[in-house]
Design a protein around this ligand. Structure first.
Ligand code: ATP
Length: 215
């Protein structure tokens, strides 16, 4: 069972703490506001009030034994910085932090956060992609260059094998899974024949994926 500490029980922190607990993880939830702590107490393993800017508080809570810490405080820049630094100093193996701007994100990355998210920006990008490109069922930005998309197989591909389509050589994209109803084919080989109703999970550069969509 994986163990998490979630620091900051605003909307994001509360949701992620409760979701992780629902998914059978061990969750320690921390907030400076005792009311927030009481509200979540029944939905996590343990809920504690304390000021996470104080490294001794975090030490006493044993956060260094957690597999992952989530800093869910974005609006207070200095708290988010101090807490991330504390967690790093305590050698927490994996730190996820929420930021409110790209500059904030850069600071937290420099401090050693392993993953920094700007939830509103990331969700807005995903929704925009889905609205503008209706074939796209889901979209994840992997880097400035690459993304992972889940989209309906183009009509022109139906009844052709991945080998014949030579998607990797021609388009520079990789099909990493194919879904059709409840069937999931992980890492389909070159002989896989694309079927009507297939949803392809594809990784590639933005331009290549955009080209694919125009086919
Ligand atoms: P939301 O997820 O609601 O958008 P946010 O990222 O804007 O939240 P805040 O609302 O500033 O973040 O803070 C989230 C929570 O973090 C609040 O419940 C607040 O009480 C708590 N918090 C702030 N500072 C500390 C601290 N030093 N130690 C522990 N918890 C704190």
């Amino acid at each position: 069972m994986k163990s998490f500490v979630v620091i900051g029980l605003g909307r994001f922190g509360t949701r992620i703490a409760e979701k992780l607990y629902d998914m059978n993880s061990e969750v320690l939830a921390v907030d400076i506001d005792n009311e927030k702590v009481q509200q979540i107490a029944d939905n996590v393993t343990q809920a504690v009030s304390g000021d996470a800017r104080d490294i001794d508080v975090l030490r006493a809570l044993g956060v260094r034994n957690c597999d992952c810490a989530i800093v869910a405080i974005a609006s207070d820049l200095s708290s988010s910085i101090f807490i991330t630094m504390n967690l790093k100093e305590l050698d927490v193996p994996y730190i996820v932090a929420k930021a409110q701007s790209p500059m904030h994100k850069r600071i937290l990355e420099k401090l050693g956060a392993n993953s920094v998210i700007i939830p509103e920006q990331e969700m807005a990008d995903r929704v925009a992609h889905k609205l503008v490109e209706p074939n796209i069922l889901d979209f994840i930005e992997i880097s400035d260059e690459y993304s992972l998309v889940e989209e309906q197989a183009p009509d022109a591909w139906i009844n052709k094998s991945i080998k014949d389509l030579s998607v990797r050589a021609r388009l520079g994209i990789n099909i990493i899974a194919v879904k059709n109803g409840k069937d999931i084919n992980i890492a389909p080989g070159g002989d896989y024949i694309v079927r009507n109703g297939d949803v392809l999970v594809i990784i590639g550069k933005y331009e290549a994926l955009a080209k694919l969509r125009k086919r």
